[in-house]
Design a protein around this ligand. Structure first.
Ligand SMILES: [Zn+2]
Ligand SMILES: [Zn+2]
Length: 296
């Protein structure tokens, strides 16, 4: 075996529904549960005391983080279904659940893998739009507070759509459709108060909901920050920072194996194949769902 190239066999399944493994029923159910939870928030709001709603809203925020970095991330690298249409429809459900666009997240995330949280070049630019160095000074990582709370507003929809158009596979259309789907859902939730009889102008709910939506995406950026803070963009083996805690990895569908994920997702040869293999096998010994961990 060539020491500089790591090959991992992709799992195969005889399932007619799932493309890679029947285990993907778990992240699929988790994603759909997140969507049901959002709808649940909307319907119980008029009948539930505020203190309880604040708890439920906070849980929704945590779920955005787990969904984006767990379910959504796995889905980008391994679309769950054999049917292309089913993958598209699942992307729409993900988009409504997180109130973003799963397909646009795909473009941003693949850009993340191109740059691997790179440092600024001589023009002050980074390949990775999410790089923690992109808005930092003097070659340092940006401070976590501004990264976490400002990244939500930094998405460049024009650049994202340009990437999606380049793919020429319908992603640009579906990205727009997903944005329209979540915007329409929020609009209906803003207009209709789900009481019997129904009332109109649900300003209390939307005032409650928007901060938790924003907070959920901030949690996701917080997660991303510490998956790269302390990493070394110059060393492929240290592109990401891993966490091997069992509970974290169960909640985030093995997103904790982030250094391994960046290394193995890269097509470039690693600097030291032997060292990479050693790290990889030590990590994989702890894997429960092997595929979740490597996310190839
Ligand atoms: Zn990835
Ligand atoms: Zn990363």
């Amino acid at each position: 075996m060539n020491a500089d190239v790591i090959r991992i066999e992709r799992p195969t399944t005889s399932s007619k529904l799932f493309a890679h493994t029947r285990w993907d029923a778990i992240p699929t159910a988790a994603g759909l549960f997140h969507l049901a939870y959002l709808l649940g928030l909307y319907f119980v709001f008029p009948h539930t005391p505020l203190w309880a709603m604040l708890v439920l809203g906070f849980v929704y925020s945590l779920m955005i983080n787990a969904n984006i970095n767990g379910v959504g991330h796995n889905f980008i690298h391994n679309p769950f279904f054999r049917s292309g249409l089913l993958n598209r429809l699942f992307g729409v459900t993900q988009s409504i659940a997180c109130c973003f666009s799963q397909t646009m997240y795909d473009a941003v995330h693949m850009q993340h893998h191109k740059g691997n949280s790179d440092r600024q070049d001589e023009n002050g630019d980074t390949i990775d739009w999410l790089s923690i160095y992109r808005h930092g000074d003097d070659g340092e990582a940006e401070n976590p507070w501004s990264y976490v709370f400002l990244s939500f507003f930094r998405d460049d929809v024009g650049a994202i759509r340009k990437e999606l158009r380049k793919r020429n596979n319908g992603d640009d259309f579906w990205g727009k459709l997903e944005l329209a789907a979540f915007a329409t859902t929020l609009l209906v939730m803003t207009i209709v108060v789900p009481t019997n009889p129904i009332h109109f102008i649900n300003w209390r709910f939307i005032l409650f909901f928007l901060p938790f939506w924003y907070l959920g995406h901030c949690f996701s950026y917080l997660n991303g920050y510490y998956r790269h803070y302390g990493a070394n963009p110059e060393k492929p083996i240290a592109w990401g920072v891993s966490s091997y805690g069992k509970i974290y990895n169960w909640l985030f569908f093995y997103n904790g194996y982030h250094a391994e994920h960046h290394l193995l997702s890269s097509k470039s040869p690693v600097e030291s194949g032997a060292l990479a293999l050693q790290i990889f096998f030590e990590a994989s010994a702890q894997f429960f769902f092997f595929r979740f961990a490597v996310l190839l």
